[in-house]
Design a protein around this ligand. Sequence first.
Ligand code: G6P
Length: 433
Amino acid sequence: MGTVSLNDKYLNQFIEKDEVIAVQDFVKAAHRKIHEKSGAGAEYLGWLDWATQLDKDEVSRIEETAQKLRREAEVLIVIGIGGSYLGAKAVQDLLCPSFGLNKMEVIYAGQNLSGRYMEELLSFIEGKEVALNVISKSGTTTEPAIAFRVLRAWMYEKYGEQAAERIIVTTDKTEGALRKAADATGYTSFEIPPDIGGRYSVLTAVGLLPLAVAGVDIRALVDGAAQAEKDLASEDLFENAAYLYAAYRQILNARGYSIEVLASFEPAMSGINEWWKQLFGESEGKQGKGIFPASVIYSTDLHSLGQYLQNGRRTLFETMISFKEEQYQSRIPFDQENGDGLNYLADKTLHEVNQQAMNATALAHVEGGVPVVTIEVERVDAFHTGYLIYFFLKACAMSAYLSGVNPFDQPGVELYKQNMFELLGKPGYEKKI
Ligand SMILES: O=P(O)(O)OC[C@H]1O[C@H](O)[C@H](O)[C@@H](O)[C@@H]1O
């Protein structure tokens, strides 16, 4: 079965093979850091073989809980921020129908502090059967904690003590306020492994429970990641597409291409774009280094940011995601009048036209001085999505180590929190502003 591969035909005029060969030794050294767990942040490498090690009983428990929630609720509100929601939302966006065909709605809260968002969400759930899945590894993040407080009050108002049956907690095994709440109230709970950081956690209960509720085949998702784990285990970057992608990124970065634009021709990829931005942005953006992760959805953005990509500052490179298989057969009809002049496309599928839009865009951008690398994904399904996720996790760890930073911490996220606590008068935070 074809899976996920790298196509570098548009890169050849930007990168010589010798340059790639020259980074091979660095890749091997970073590979050892990952596989021998000897690099910075090595205590967060639990994701590396998670998919093959995952306890199948835990998957069954997730599926049973999901079935119960699907029976008892019409809406699941997933409360979380960053790595505690982006992965589930990404996979849901990609695999579930775009237009409300799902019987069970899975929606998100706690990823912002907008009063408007909360008010509209509360009106939306009025009169509906609701369940909550509150997700926070630390159990102390302010945004989801506030959302949980508001929504938990709503749940107890509606269901009384029975509300506890409809609240699922996903958090650390022993630490944090959420773990205490789960232990004290008897909420059903799932553990986030201590050796898997938030942005690497989509294949744990963090992502799997909401996705199972949304109707995603979570076993196939995990199987895809397990396949990638096997396929992407070589230290040789010519045999490991994730490492080759990481090497290309760093070679380009060293030449001043410091912005990477992840481009898809499939609107359902917008969630993956956001997940990918957190993964690479938090992993690499430190010590004054890092490739800035940006994203576009085409054709939409060909008619807005496309101009910049074509003719703006030449500091960006583009990573295009292409889905090879034609899974949807929507065709352009023949029209007798041909008033719009589109009969030359009659009987072609939208997929065919979209593929040509992609080829045309890549050619144009290369001509405009933008290096383009393509990640080809065989088809859109749970298996290939799991594979793609693991591909990016492994590439990200490699790329961060190649640039000399710890892929698994995010020290810079703390400063705004400190300032916010000071401004809001949180006990224990001295005024410096
Ligand atoms: O799961 P939590 O502990 O609530 O953390 C949620 C998010 O918090 C911060 O934003 C971190 O920078 C992220 O890496 C993390 O994913």
